[in-house]
Structures are given as C-alpha cells and as structure tokens.
Design a protein around this ligand. Structure first.
Ligand code: G3I
Length: 380
C-alpha cells in the first residue's frame, strides 16, 4: 500500500514537472515569436541594410530574419553612384529595382542610400575625356542628371533619401572632396534641391558618421541651419552610429541627437553596428579609405566571443536602445548596418579578414539575447 502511494506521488510529481516545463517552453516559444518590429511599433521604424545576395533572394535564411524582425530597409551598396551609374548615362537598376520591389511587397519603409558621396563615386563623374577635372557647370549638370534619374525612377516609392553623405569632417569643416573642390559648398544645397524636384514627397536627409564628435556636431548643425535659412528642403539628419564598446560616450551621442532634434528636423540612426574588436589605430568613425595590415593579435575572437565581451556588448546595445527610446519622439528609424555578423563590413575594416560580432543576429541568423532585451525594454 505504502509503495503504491509512493508511486502515485512520484507519478503526480512527474506530471506536475512536465506541466511546468511545458509551460516554460510555451512561454519561451511565445517570447521568440515576438519580433523587433512589433515591439518597437509606434516608437520608430527598425531597419536593416541589405546586401546584393539578400536583395537577389539568394540568402533566404537572412531574408526570413528581415521579414520577421524589420520594417525598414536600406541598400548597403547597390544604390551608390559607382554601382547604379557606372558609366555616364548607363544605369544599372537590376538590384535597386528588386530592392524597392521587395520593400513594397513587405510594406516596408524604404530608404535610399546614397545620392551624393565622394566615395564609391565613379571616376567619370568628375573628369572629362582627357582625365582632367570637369567644369563646375558640367559637374552640377551631372549631379542633376544622376539625382533626377535615380530619385525620379523611385518617385513615391522610396520614402527617404540620404541625399548627401559624409561631407563634413570631424573638426566641423567641409571635406575637400571633388564635389567641394569643383562646385564649392553649394553642391550640398543643389543636391537637396534636385532631389526635392525629382520627388517632392520623399524625405531628404544629410547623413554622416562620428556624429557624436562635438566638432562634427557643430559643423552639421551649422550646415543644416544654413540650408533651412535658405529655404532648402531638408527633413532629417542621419547619425550613422558605427560604435564601439568604449566610444563614443553616451552623453556625447545624446547631446548630438538633441542638438539635431532641436533644429526641428527628424533624426535617424542610419547605420548602427557595434564592433567588439581592438583598435590601436584610433579608428572611431567609418572613413572607408583607412586600411591597415592584418595582425593576428588584432583578431582575438576568431573562434568565439568570450562571455565577458558578450556581456559588455549586450550592456552597450541596451544602453543605446534605452537612449533611442528616451528620444523616440525625434527618431524616425533605427537601422542596423547588416542582418547578421557574417555580413558586416566590420569584418574587413579597418583591417581585412577579421571576425567581428557587431550585429543583433549571429552568423547562423540566430537572435542574440540582446534582441529579447530590446523587446523587453521597449515594452516594460
Ligand atoms: O562587389 C565587389 C566584388 O565584385 C569584388 O570581388 C569584391 C573584392 O573586394 O569587392 C566587392 O565590392 C565591395 C563592396 O563593398 C560589396 O561587398 C567593395 O570592394 C567594398 O569597398 C564595399 O564596401 C562597402 C563600403 O561602404 C564602401 O562602399 C561596404 O560593403 C559598406 O558596408 C560600406 O558602407 C558605408 C556606407 O555606405 C556609408 N557609411 C560608412 C559605411 C561603412 O563603411
């Protein structure tokens, strides 16, 4: 009799345990089916950059993540002038057409990157048949043709454009790019005017890296004020946010965000990623032309990321998302610069061939714990 009772109690205990475990599993399942875009709905768009494999539908696993978690997209490379107009008057819209069509099919907020950027601009843009610099008038006409054709093609379909990218240096002065050298600072207002004429509904952004730097902040504030005073249509400032574990300071970042918002324009976090790798080169921005030689000791996490670094990564992302949520009334979107760690440009900058872990999804497209934390922070 005693043995029978014991067995009954044990069976009952086991059943209870199964129910509890089952309930926990269900809860976990429920948690994992909450997506970033749903958790951040009504706060700001949450976006990601797409590479050409994704745009062409070859990377189906990553595209599942995109469809589930994100409601905004930007093209990582295919809309840059060197890619979209490799020769004068010869446009390649294969990728950008697919990109925009995907965004529309998914009902996403679509961002165009970028119309006027000194980097990834084809050589022909600035030179004549003899290789000499073209005149101011010719360059203005080329800018106009480029912007009118690209923006015009996606009129009413691309919601925001990064009209001018990275025209201000860290000290707040103008970058001595070919656009600046040949046209002068007016190239910026002209670009915004041409974009506005091509699509009056599109929202137009100035976009740059190291925006938390006080020098650059002051330069960008001065630029935007000047454009606004002259009646140039500018709707937003894009803070790229290629951040590290120890830079920039949250306070500097917040001060810039506030300074841009105070101008009365929207702010977007346009290229968010967080490197965990060491840098002795003081590369804190995203100057694409900076490249250094590979050294093994500068690639310390080639196999896996130690727990202590994962923890710092997690806390740092949490701190930034708390900041974004605090300023949600000013922020139009927050976009990650890539879907998973394996896709990130950070693996190849400023040194080629390292293993970085800068994004929200790992190389197998699994959500890192930070995804759930963001979801929870957004819905306390
Ligand atoms: O497509 C070619 C391929 O055919 C060739 O075999 C290969 C050899 O290197 O290069 C491939 O092109 C590369 C391209 O990315 C696509 O992967 C270019 O070399 C490489 O320079 C290019 O880098 C991009 C970089 O901008 C320069 O355009 C990065 O992917 C992209 O993430 C990065 O994005 C910039 C933003 O536009 C502006 N803000 C900074 C940000 C990071 O640098």
């Amino acid at each position: 009799m005693i043995n029978r009772n014991k067995s009954l109690i044990m069976a009952f205990g086991l059943l209870l345990l199964l129910i509890i475990v089952g309930f926990d599993v269900m809860k976990e399942k429920e948690k994992s089916t909450v997506y970033l875009k749903d958790a951040l709905q009504d706060k700001f768009y949450i976006g990601t950059a797409l590479n050409t494999d994704q745009i062409m539908g070859r990377d189906t696993a990553a595209m599942q993540v995109v469809k589930h978690h994100f409601n905004a997209i930007v093209a990582e490379n295919c809309m840059k002038s060197a890619n979209i107009q490799p020769r004068e008057g010869v446009f390649n819209f294969n990728f950008s057409d697919r990109f925009v069509a995907f965004g529309e099919a998914q009902n996403m907020f679509i961002n165009g990157h970028t119309l006027i950027w000194h980097s990834q601009a084809p050589k022909w843009f600035f030179t004549d048949q003899n290789g000499n610099d073209v005149s101011r008038d010719v360059l203005i006409q080329r800018m106009k043709d480029h912007i009118t054709t690209v923006v015009g093609r996606y009129k009413g379909r691309v919601h925001t454009w990064d009209v001018v990218n990275e025209a201000i240096l860290d000290d707040g002065s103008f970058r001595r790019s070919k656009f600046y050298e040949i046209i002068g600072e007016e190239f910026i207002s002209l670009a915004f005017q041409f974009a506005h004429e091509a699509d009056p509904q599109a929202r137009l952004y100035y976009n740059d890296y190291s925006m938390s730097n006080p020098g650059k902040r002051a330069g960008v504030v001065a630029l935007v004020k000047k454009l606004m005073a002259a009646g140039i249509p500018i709707d937003g400032v894009g803070m790229q946010a290629h951040i590290g574990l120890d830079h920039p300071s949250l306070l500097d970042f917040e001060q810039s965000l506030q300074a841009f918002a105070d101008l009365g324009v929207k702010v977007s976090i346009t290229e968010l990623d967080l490197t965990v790798l060491p840098s002795t080169w003081k590369n804190r921005g995203a100057e694409v032309s900076d490249q250094y030689e590979y050294q093994k000791q500068m690639n310390p996490y080639a196999e896996q990321l130690p727990d202590s670094i994962s923890k710092s990564f997690h806390e740092r992302y949490e701190a930034f998302f708390k900041l974004f949520l605090k300023h949600q009334q000013h922020i139009e979107r927050v976009t990650l610069w890539g879907v998973n760690d394996g896709h990130s440009w950070r693996n190849n900058w400023p040194v080629r061939g390292r293993t970085d872990y800068p994004l929200l999804f790992d190389r197998q497209n699994h959500a890192k714990p930070i995804v759930l934390s963001i979801i929870q922070i957004a819905n306390p």
